[in-house]
Design a protein around this ligand. Structure first.
Ligand SMILES: [Zn+2]
Length: 275
């Protein structure tokens, strides 16, 4: 696996990535929002015709998603749309969409909570085809805080062990799906942490004796930014231990040398093989 950092057209490394929204809610005081879910064949022109039909009916697109099925034969789009300027009612728009050749299924929802639309047409939430759920970073922070309140330093052990299990699980999962070198397994897992919103991790040093990682925006330490006197990560520290034990084929120690919780610009983890 080749290292290809995200770059712009000038070849410069992108300093700040754009955020990624998971479709969940939409609210707009001046809009008449409805939600649609349209499944269609993945044949040329179908998607364009769907968008064209909405445009012709003066429907405005708000947030949405576009997913190609794992089999590659169908496309699903889910979106909140504003029909306040349209000449058609929600049911008519659904009929127009259904009449397009290649459209297989159209569902819609008009149910709102005082102008707040919540996606109620899609379940389960899949990430890379795997059942997932989301947690607010702040909520995770509250959970960690209450663990420390209840169990004192014992909480650190629990969180670390949770991380080790998650890391070991991840390595096994990756090895089941892909044939690749151990270093590539590490790179894939770290790249996926960014895609899944955990952090932006960079390996700055790697050899058979260990590694150094700079980890930016780590979800675990973010709620405690600048609020602690010492490094705060236990879960991710354990996660790295679980991953590196497989990558280096030996037990490892992981130390968080720098941490945003104690005012450093990023969290820094030092992994050492125990030989
Ligand atoms: Zn940290």
């Amino acid at each position: 696996m080749e290292d290809k950092p995200a770059k712009n057209l000038s070849g410069e490394k992108i300093e700040r990535l754009n955020p990624k929204e998971v479709l969940c809610t939409e609210q707009h005081p001046d809009a008449e929002l409805i939600e649609i879910s349209v499944k269609m064949r993945k044949t040329p022109g179908v998607f364009t015709n769907v968008v064209k039909t909405l445009y012709e009916r003066r429907v405005k697109l708000f947030s949405g998603f576009h997913t190609v099925s794992r089999e590659g034969d169908t496309v699903l789009i889910g979106a909140f749309i504003d029909i306040s300027n349209s000449d058609a009612q929600a049911r008519d728009i659904v009929k127009y969409l259904e009449s397009i050749e290649g459209v297989l299924e159209v569902n819609f929802s008009e149910k709102g909570f005082n102008g707040l639309m919540i996606d109620n047409l899609h379940f389960p939430l899949l990430v890379s085809g795997e059942r997932s759920f989301t947690f607010r970073v702040e909520t995770f922070g509250r959970i960690v805080e209450s663990l420390y309140e209840k169990f004192g330093t014992g909480a650190a052990v629990v969180l670390y062990q949770m991380g080790v299990s998650a890391g070991e699980d991840k390595v096994k999962n990756v090895l089941n799906k892909h044939r690749m070198s151990k270093l590539d397994v590490l790179k894939l897992i770290l790249a996926e942490r960014t895609a899944k919103g955990w952090c932006i991790a960079e390996v700055v040093d790697f050899n058979s004796e260990g590694a150094t990682l700079i980890v930016g925006e780590l979800f675990e330490c973010l709620p405690f930014k600048g609020k602690k006197g010492e490094a705060f990560s236990q879960f991710f520290r354990g996660y790295l231990a679980g991953v590196f034990e497989h990558v280096l084929n030996t037990s490892v120690s992981v130390v968080e040398a720098e941490c945003i919780a104690k005012g450093d610009p990023a969290c820094k983890f030092i992994v050492k093989a125990r030989r």
